[in-house]
Design a protein around this ligand. Structure first.
Ligand SMILES: Nc1ncnc2c1ncn2[C@@H]1O[C@H](COP(=O)(O)OP(=O)(O)OP(=O)(O)O)[C@@H](O)[C@H]1O
Ligand SMILES: [Mg+2]
Length: 296
């Protein structure tokens, strides 16, 4: 096997593998711990360690679509999996991940929590569901409840939005647990209607990537995971600037672009990504997709 010093040790064996194996490796989910992600992970750890008290600190992870919120929060949740607790009556789940219901409904959030825990959802009143959820979360000692897609709260009237935010506040107060809400910028607008929510939830932003040193470091990290035989030097000025323009600053588009370009380079035996590969690989930038739709 050649040395492939431009690749991460885990990627190196795949540079010489057959095409299908290389592509399967490329498409496996990967986690790059870029500095802003590590910083937010550190703050999430602080929430988990925070002593229980009536007013718990909470957090909003805010970023554009496709910019790594769910990946980040999954990474945190995976580091704190439920403990089967074989000698106790219940599992222990210090971190619980749910998605916000599609519209801001009280019964919806209880159903999400209960079904995530494989519990039967009482068909009776909201009060019965609420009591079940409170009892269960207390028993499994949940300390951080993550609610992804919390901007769904906006899909309801302002009365419903307010009621839903009150439910979240109630759960946090009653169980003395922190809430981490993830969503797009609209979420900030939604919580601003309630000062009591606004001052409990610290926003942590995942901004779009700028064409700077951090972005170039990110490209280096990505390059180490792409099973190509030759170094592409994606971080070099011209390539970095082209990749940044094409992917429009989100990590999801960057990942999709580099995967498409890598597959193209493998199938055409080019073994590195250069400007030509980027142009020819068939990737369509997000704003071009919008344009295509507008032209239909
Ligand atoms: N830390 C990371 N390392 C490598 N790739 C990542 C990372 N974070 C995100 N990605 C890539 O970006 C894609 C989008 O990430 P994610 O689903 O977390 O975005 P999101 O902000 O939750 O988007 P949405 O608001 O649409 O739900 C992922 O599928 C993955 O390919
Ligand atoms: Mg998401």
């Amino acid at each position: 096997m050649a040395e492939y010093s431009h690749l991460h040790p885990a990627t190196r064996p795949y540079a010489d593998a057959d095409t299908n194996t290389r592509i399967a490796w490329l498409e496996k989910p990967r986690w790059i711990g870029y500095p802003r992600a590590q910083e937010i992970l550190g703050k999430l750890e602080d929430l988990l360690k925070h002593p229980r008290q009536p007013r718990m600190p909470s957090m909003l992870v805010i970023g554009s679509t496709n910019n790594g919120k769910t990946n980040l929060i999954h990474n945190f949740a995976q580091q704190h999996p439920a403990d089967e607790n074989p000698y106790g009556e219940h599992i222990l789940a210090p971190v619980l991940y749910i998605q916000a219901p599609p519209t801001p409904s009280e019964s919806g959030i209880y159903s999400e929590i209960l079904s995530t825990l494989f519990e039967r959802v009482p068909s009776s009143s909201d009060a019965a569901r609420r009591a079940r959820v409170i009892d269960l979360l207390r028993k499994i000692e949940t300390k951080v409840l993550i609610i992804d897609e919390l901007h769904n709260v906006l899909a309801g009237s302002s009365v419903k939005q307010q009621h839903f935010l009150n439910v979240i506040k109630y759960l946090s107060n009653e169980l003395q647990m922190s809430i981490v809400g993830c969503g797009t910028g609209d979420l900030l607008r939604a919580v601003s209607i309630d000062p009591q929510i606004q001052n409990r939830f610290t926003p942590e932003l995942l901004p779009r990537w700028q064409l700077d040193t951090q972005f170039r470091k990110l490209l280096k990290s990505f390059e180490m995971t792409l099973p190509l035989k030759q170094a592409s030097q994606l971080h070099e000025r011209l390539l970095a600037s082209k990749i940044h323009a094409m992917s429009e600053g989100t990590i999801g588009e960057l990942s999709a672009l580099l995967n498409t370009a890598t597959k193209f380079a493998i199938r055409n035996e080019q073994e590195q990504i250069d400007e030509e590969v980027l142009n020819a690989c068939g990737y369509v930038a997000p704003s071009d997709r919008t344009q295509l739709a507008a032209n239909l």
